[in-house]
Ligand binder design. Structure first.
Ligand code: MN
Ligand code: MN
Length: 288
């Protein structure tokens, strides 16, 4: 299936409506992880899961990802110059958005969502974010690092990169982060209140930031921070598939292959990627 990795680009096809293509972009960066490194290895392993001979390429809503040409995978970003990593991420995502492609980014720790959202905010002035995560990631700083993977949503809200942030699956709220959530007007649906997801609806464009540790470690053990009491794989799929709003981009972060010797979590991440793709492709008029 290696040949399926690179689909011909449809970005410049004048017959395609704007923003009808999707680019899957690897962001191999984990230098802002506070506890363990490893999530930089995620993009390659998620792609291996996606193209594994053990599964097919059909989404649950009936799209054969192996035959549609409205999405493509591009090479991982080269972030070897770590001093400029955030600038490089923002620039690359901005270039894709300028070409009328939506972006699904893979891998890295959750700090990468901040530069990705800086690019998104340039294009979408009324963006909402749905964050699935065990952690609020609202620390003002952690261990002296304001760009830690524990801080991206504080930076995002400080810079008004989104008009609305909804967090689902939270189960590690601290006093400081509860204050931060109030300060920024974050809507937090903690795990104990999960049924509130049913009435969640967005108007306008929505960006999905999917931290793999939103899942219970029983479903996704390949993460750096085990936080029991989380979402099932099916619950995450139901949220993605049932999302009320227009999904314009997504990231899948915090998958750590070094804690995934059996490859279970790579298949979970690949499944979530498939269903995000299926969801976004179904929004295209040509697939309805
Ligand atoms: Mn996170
Ligand atoms: Mn997390």
């Amino acid at each position: 299936m290696q040949s399926a990795l690179f689909h011909p680009t449809m970005i410049s096809d004048p017959n395609n409506p704007a923003d009808s293509t999707i680019t899957v972009l690897g962001i191999p960066y984990d230098l802002n992880s506070s506890f363990l490194r490893g999530s930089a290895l995620a993009p390659e392993r998620i792609r291996q899961g996606l193209f594994s001979e053990s599964a097919n390429m059909w989404t649950e809503n009936g799209i054969d990802l192996g035959s549609v040409s409205e999405w493509k995978i591009v090479n991982d970003l080269d972030l070897s110059q770590s001093a400029t990593a955030f600038e490089d991420i923002e620039l690359a995502v901005g270039e894709l958005l300028a070409k009328a492609s939506r972006v699904i980014s893979l891998g890295g720790d959750h700090s990468v969502t901040y530069p990705v959202l800086r690019a998104y905010a340039e294009k979408y002035s009324e963006l909402s974010i749905l964050q699935l995560d065990a952690h609020p990631d609202l620390y003002d700083q952690l261990d002296g690092n304001r760009y830690s993977h524990a801080c991206p949503f504080a930076r995002i809200m400080e810079e008004d990169l989104a008009i609305r942030l909804v967090q689902v699956g939270i189960r590690t709220m601290t006093g400081h982060q509860r204050q931060q959530a109030q300060r920024f007007g974050v809507e937090v649906i903690e795990m104990g209140d999960l049924n509130k997801v049913d009435s969640l609806a967005f108007s306008g464009p929505v960006y999905l930031s999917l931290d793999m540790d939103c899942l219970d470690p029983a479903f996704a053990p390949g993460v750096s921070h085990y936080e029991p009491g989380g979402l099932s794989a099916r619950e995450v799929l139901t949220i993605i598939q049932g999302l009320k709003g227009e999904l314009v981009g997504a990231d899948i972060v915090e998958y750590n292959p070094e804690r995934d010797p059996q490859g279970i979590t790579s298949m979970v991440a690949a499944k979530l990627l498939k269903e995000i793709l299926g969801r976004m492709l179904a929004q295209n008029p040509s697939n309805n």
